[in-house]
Design a binder for this molecule. Structure first.
Ligand code: C2E
Ligand code: CA
Ligand code: CA
Length: 672
């Protein structure tokens, strides 16, 4: 349940993110709109202010015009007065004359109260000075009229009052022109300023909107891409880009639906590489990854575009062949796959060889659901593997029973250690010069309550995969040392006990302590314990491996390299390691009598061991003729069924007592 809710929350997260972003951008857009509105409102206020300024100028202009008109009228009234005889009419006109004077003074005062430019102020001052000259003359004319000296008044009006009044009018004209000019300039300025402000405001708001929209689009596109990539990763294998299990199941379901409708067959191929673990262990994960990629490409190229090629993880692939009408079509593809897989792989300047085992499940005969088909193809693959690799196996129902048995075995294995079901059998290594057993190799057996004695081939991989090899190895190390000490006590105090150390055990930090502990408890001298390491271990982190081996040798135990020749280490490579014994793998011994290449190889390995001062053991010696060739070419120590099968501890003593030169009748033809 927690796993499920975790995936749901993982799916929800991108959606929540998208929603949050969208909300953020909508807020931004609203803000921009809000700012625009505020700015427009402010612009309105500014416009009003400017209008007020323009209004002031207009009022000034009106006042100036009033002064001008009033001055003109006063002149006219004055002239009319000189011509009028009727005293009533004259009084009327005099009253109007004085009213106009007051009107003029009021207008001027209002004008003076307003904000004025220096030039306006100057013109008003000039006008006042002229009025000061004109006023007494006008008063004189009015006085003369009041005294009814009309002719004289007219005389003075025409010659003096009107010209000075005209001067005043001229100044007022100038003032009028000036106020008009200032008003026009102010309104033009206000208009221009508003135009510029409006332009910038539209530009900035537009730009902000545009930027917001672009950013929103980019971010939305980006998040969409990320979620697409995530989606892709979730259904594809990161290393090869092939569909992963999830997508495979989806596609297989679709293919099944299609096959049901069209009454066609489907081939489900479960493919597992045969030597991947070795490549990974000896050449490292980087090379292993490259191999997987090469395999993926070859598989993809071997089938049609519409067929599915998926990687389940590790070195497991599944190919689904659809639209099939006969089983032979599937087998044809499988043959092609097996053929392309064995071609050499060029990786990291090396040539690697690998094969694969293929299990085949066919719809509808071997299952009608994707899970059944995959499970059955897997079971068939397991059979292909156990019947010799580099081959295919079609599923049949009997396999299922066997697969279940294997599952049961895996479960039993889990309890084997606490039930003390692991034992050692020992196999002697015989020195061909002395005829004596120098060393016995301890080989693990599982004493299964129902199935009897099982060999490591049936359970060792499982022990290593689960890591249980660590406690099992520690326990057995103690057992072997205690057994060795017992043989020493019985008089065979030159006997060495050899024990196999898997790579997991070797790299584990407790190895040194465990060895110390086992020796201490048993009392077996360190020189009588030998650890057998495989080449793969030496191909790991070389410096650390050398360090670890040196530390082991400091305790006093000896180190053998096991199965030599089957890994990828070169002879030159060996020189870096402080080894004591080299065990030639039985592959080279098997055909040594008939295969001159193998014989030559063994001869050169022997020469190398001589040069490096290593003892050499030939493994898997089964026949007398193999023994003779080995003896002829100078191999000093042999191990194999010819001497003895691995036997229980209680049977070892009898073997130790034997003189093998006599036993094998080798006295007569002692080698040169
Ligand atoms: P190995 O170390 O190469 O051991 C030699 C294997 O060859 C043994 O198989 C042995 O029974 C078999 N053998 C000996 N003489 C002959 C012969 O003349 N002909 C043939 N065909 N085979 C022969 P076994 O006991 O089944 O062990 C298999 C492998 O399991 C060992 O190979 C070793 O790598 C591993 N192993 C065994 N015991 C242990 C253990 O206690 N710990 C670890 N880590 N690995 C172990
Ligand atoms: Ca061994
Ligand atoms: Ca071996």
């Amino acid at each position: 349940m927690p796993a499920h809710s975790e995936t749901t929350s993982r799916q929800l997260r991108p959606i929540a993110w998208g929603a949050a972003l969208l909300a953020g951008f909508i807020t931004q857009l609203l803000l921009i709109l809000f700012v625009t509105l505020i700015a427009l409102q402010q612009l309105g206020v500014t416009t009003d202010n400017l209008n007020a300024v323009v209004d002031v100028h207009m009022r000034k202009q009106n006042l100036t015009k009033t002064m001008l008109n009033v001055a003109r009228e006063r002149t006219l009234i004055m002239l009319t007065l000189t011509k009028i005889g009727d005293p009533f009419e004259r009084d009327d006109l005099l009253t109007r004359f004085n009213e106009k004077g007051t009107e003029y003074a009021v207008a001027r005062q209002s004008l003076q109260d307003m904000p004025l430019s220096p030039r306006e102020r100057k013109l008003i001052t000039l006008q006042q000075q002229l009025i000061k000259i004109a006023q007494p003359i006008q008063t004189q004319v009015i006085d003369l009229i009041s005294a009814q000296h009309n002719l004289e008044a007219e005389q003075i009006a025409i010659t003096r009052a009107i010209p000075t009044q005209n001067q005043v009018l001229a100044v007022l004209f100038q003032l009028d022109a000036e106020t008009q000019h200032v008003a026009l300039a102010a309104s033009r300025k206000a208009y221009e300023a508003q135009k510029v402000a409006r332009f910038w405001m539209y530009l900035l708001c537009g730009a902000a909107l545009l930027v917001g929209v672009i950013v929103a689009a980019v971010v939305l596109r980006y998040t969409a891409r990320i979620s697409r990539e995530r989606e892709h990763l979730a259904i594809h294998d990161a290393l090869t880009g092939l569909p992963n299990r999830r997508l495979l199941l989806e596609c297989l379901e679709q293919a099944l639906a299609h096959a049901r409708r069209n009454k066609t067959m489907i081939g489900v191929l479960f493919i597992d590489l045969d030597n991947f673990k070795r490549v990974n262990d000896t050449l490292g994960h980087a090379v292993g990854d490259q191999l997987i990629c090469h395999v993926a490409r070859r598989l993809r190229a071997a089938v049609r575009n519409e067929d599915i090629v998926a990687r389940l993880g590790g070195d497991e692939f599944v190919v689904v062949i659809s639209d099939v009408h006969a089983a032979s079509q599937i087998l044809h593809v499988v043959d092609k796959i097996l053929a392309v897989m064995v071609a050499p792989y060029q990786i990291a300047e090396r040539e690697l060889f690998n094969s694969c085992s293929v299990g085949i499940g066919v719809y509808p005969t071997d299952g009608t659901s994707s899970s059944d088909l995959l499970k059955n193809a897997d079971t068939a693959m397991y059979h292909a593997k156990s019947s010799g690799k580099n081959r295919y196996h079609l599923y049949d129902a009997a396999m299922n029973a066997m697969a279940e048995e294997q599952l049961q075995l895996d479960t039993d294995l889990h309890y084997a250690l606490e039930r003390n079901e692991f034992v050692f059998h020992y196999q002697p290594q015989v020195n061909l010069n002395s005829g004596r057993t120098d060393t016995v190799e301890a080989l693990i057996r599982w004493n299964h309550p129902d199935k009897g004695l099982l060999s490591p081939a049936t359970f060792l991989d499982m022990l290593e995969d689960t890591g249980e090899i660590l406690p099992v190895g520690r326990k057995l190390l103690g057992t072997a040392c205690a057994q060795g000490a017992r043989w020493h006590a019985a008089g065979f105090n030159d006997l060495t006990v050899a024990i196999n150390v898997s790579s997991k055990e070797f790299w584990h930090q407790d190895l040194l302590a465990n060895v110390h502990d086992a020796l201490d408890r048993s009392g077996l001298p360190p020189r009588s314990l030998q650890l057998e390491l495989t080449e793969g271990i030496l191909m790991g982190d070389m410096d650390v491996a050398v360090h670890k081996i040196l530390a082991l040798k400091a305790i006093g135990v000896s180190i053998a390299i096991d199965d030599f020749g089957t890994g990828y280490s070169s002879l030159a490579h060996l020189k870096r390691f402080p080894l004591d014994v080299l065990k030639i793998d039985r592959y080279f011994i098997k055909d040594i009598r008939h295969d001159s290449v193998n014989e030559a190889l063994v001869i050169s390995i022997l020469a190398l061991c001589n040069g490096l001062n290593l003892d050499t053991v030939a493994e898997g010696v089964e026949t007398r003729s193999q023994l003779e060739v080995l003896r002829k070419i100078g191999c000093p120590v042999v191990q194999g069924y010819l001497i003895s099968q691995p036997v229980p501890a209680e049977d070892v003593m009898a073997l130790l007592q034997r003189d093998w030169l006599q036993e094998l009748d080798l006295h007569s033809d002692t080698p040169a």
